[in-house]
Design a binder for this molecule. Structure first.
Ligand code: NAD
Ligand code: LMR
Length: 329
């Protein structure tokens, strides 16, 4: 029997609402599997450390067999020390009427110092998932502050959008989600994202051919792309349990691999595939093999899809240029 190493998972914004939905699932083994012991490292701002301590007390009270320790800090250098996985959740959530662009300035300052702390203190195999919005560009900021970490280890979350797309299509066609394959979210985790039904398959047939064109264009795409705003409107707070669930899915698949015959969506640094500007962190159809994301190659992109992918990529380029001007990358 090999030695099973304890994996250190650092969660920022641990006292927030996503943190509360996330930590218990990590500690129960749903992130990495039922054989992998974990240590949790919770990073918070000083005024929220006490609340994080309360969550840690509750984690203790679950007596999770896989949970080997909990650390709490307001110092990124300590929180990321030896981290194998970093979930960067802590950020300011969007409130009603606020657009993501407004968040660039507010959140940019958080992710540079965290990227540097990851660079200087994390374990060599560190994998980073950015959840805090604007997630793609925050990931770019963190990545550019961590020149010693391979760029591909910095990713941003579009798995929630992917899961939303699966759910909307499942309801439309009245098929279980498990019958849908090859869903893709392209571009930015924002209202410009493009959920693609031209490569998705239901019962082995292309999904776009099983729905009306106007439903795809006027209902499906905007419903998925604006779901985050619809949740805020309904709940009075941004999505939390579904976001935590998607973060679990993303890291689980990254570490353990994606199922044969399917792919998923993740925002990863572009290598120029599908004409997406190299270096920006954009969502693609991806598989995970041997612990690495690979972009699915060779898909034909028609004019309808091209226009939408290009629009979302352009938004990411604009965000990159904006944070460059602010000196954040
Ligand atoms: P929240 O306000 O409930 O919690 C955020 C927490 O982060 C707070 O406890 C705050 O103290 C902490 N924090 C702030 N700055 C920090 C820092 N520098 N270091 C450590 N912690 C810090 O927010 P939430 O609902 O948990 O959402 C968190 C983020 O996730 C938001 O940006 C939200 O927009 C985003 N989000 C992303 C997705 C996605 O699909 N990518 C989905 C839902 C929410
Ligand atoms: C979401 O998609 O639910 C989050 O990113 C919240 C938001 O601001 O849309």
């Amino acid at each position: 029997m090999g030695i099973v190493m304890t994996v250190k998972v650092t969660v920022t914004g641990a006292a927030g609402q996503i943190g509360y939905a996330l930590l218990f699932r990590i500690a129960s083994g749903q992130l990495l599997g039922a054989d992998t012991p974990v240590t949790l490292s919770l990073l918070e701002i000083p005024q929220a450390v006490k609340a994080a301590e309360g969550t840690a007390m509750e984690l203790d009270d679950c007596a999770f067999p896989l949970l080997r320790g909990i650390e709490i800090s307001d110092d990124p250098a300590k929180a990321f020390d030896g981290a194998n996985i970093a979930l960067l959740v802590g950020a300011r959530p969007r409130t009603a009427g606020m657009e993501r662009g407004d968040l660039l300035q507010a959140n940019g300052g958080i992710f540079g110092p965290q990227g540097k702390a990851i660079n200087d203190h994390a374990a060599d195999d560190i994998r980073v998932l950015v959840v805090g919005n604007p997630a793609n560009t925050n990931a770019l900021i963190a990545q550019s502050a961590a020149p010693d970490v391979p760029a591909e280890r910095f990713t941003a979350m579009t798995r929630l959008d992917h899961n939303r797309a699966l759910s909307q299509l499942s309801a439309k066609l009245r098929v279980p989600v498990s019958e849908i394959r090859k869903m893709t979210i392209w571009g930015n985790h924002s209202a410009t994202q493009y959920p693609d039904l031209f490569h998705a398959e239901v019962g082995g047939k292309i999904a776009a051919e099983q729905v009306e064109e106007d439903w795809l264009r006027d209902t499906f795409i905007p419903t998925v792309a604006k779901r985050g705003a619809a949740i805020i409107e309904a709940r009075g707070a941004s999505s939390a349990a579904s976001a935590a669930n998607a973060a679990i899915d993303h890291v689980h698949d990254w570490v353990n691999g994606t199922p044969e015959g399917d792919w998923t969506s993740a925002a990863i640094p572009s290598d120029g595939s599908y004409g997406v500007a190299e270096g920006i962190i954009s969502s693609f159809p991806v598989v995970s093999k041997n612990g690495r994301w690979e972009i699915v190659q060779g898909l034909e992109i028609d004019a309808f899809s091209r226009t939408r992918i290009d629009a979302s990529v352009q938004e990411l380029i604009d965000e990159r240029d904006a944070v460059r001007e602010l000196g954040l990358i």
